[in-house]
Write a protein that binds this ligand. Structure first.
Ligand code: THU
Length: 136
């Protein structure tokens, strides 16, 4: 469960950062936000590249920003895509979420707006995962 106020803060943050999306190739803007320790929120947008393969998804931008500033534990994730549809994280981003999530029940908020969103648990969108726990 996630507190509704925090959930709405995450959605606001993801919608705001989506404006900075650099996506001239797909024309698909994505914004993401994550909740870390101290109730701090990091956000990020997708950043594409002429080589396509060097593009970075919004979720990973937000996560890498947080980790590189010392926040390694994710308590919640929010993703807001474009057009009136729900945008789910790609496989690579799901794997990166597994690496830093507090646990498998971390809420993943898939939002279109403050009024229209779905909350999943990380484990729902990455069942049968391979993670660092397998290496211990
Ligand atoms: N994208 C994201 O940033 N996050 C997702 O969850 C799905 C896809 C980006 C990658 C690329 O820049 C564009 O959306 C189209 O795939």
């Amino acid at each position: 469960m996630i507190d509704e106020k925090v959930c709405l803060q995450l959605i606001d943050s993801a919608i705001k950062v989506r404006d900075y999306s650099y996506s001239p190739y797909s024309n698909f803007k994505v914004g993401a936000s994550i909740l870390v320790d101290d109730f701090k929120i990091f956000s990020g947008c997708n950043i594409e590249n002429a080589s396509y393969g060097a593009s970075n998804c919004a979720e990973r931008t937000a996560i890498f920003k947080a980790v590189s500033e010392g926040y390694k534990v994710i308590h919640a994730v929010c993703v807001v895509g474009s057009f009136d549809e729900f945008t789910y994280p790609c496989g690579i981003c799901r794997q990166v979420m597994l690496e830093f999530a507090l646990n498998n029940s971390v809420p993943i908020i898939i939002a279109q707006s403050r009024e229209n969103y779905i909350v999943h648990k990380l484990n729902d969108i990455v069942p049968f995962e391979f993670s660092k726990n397998n290496l211990i």
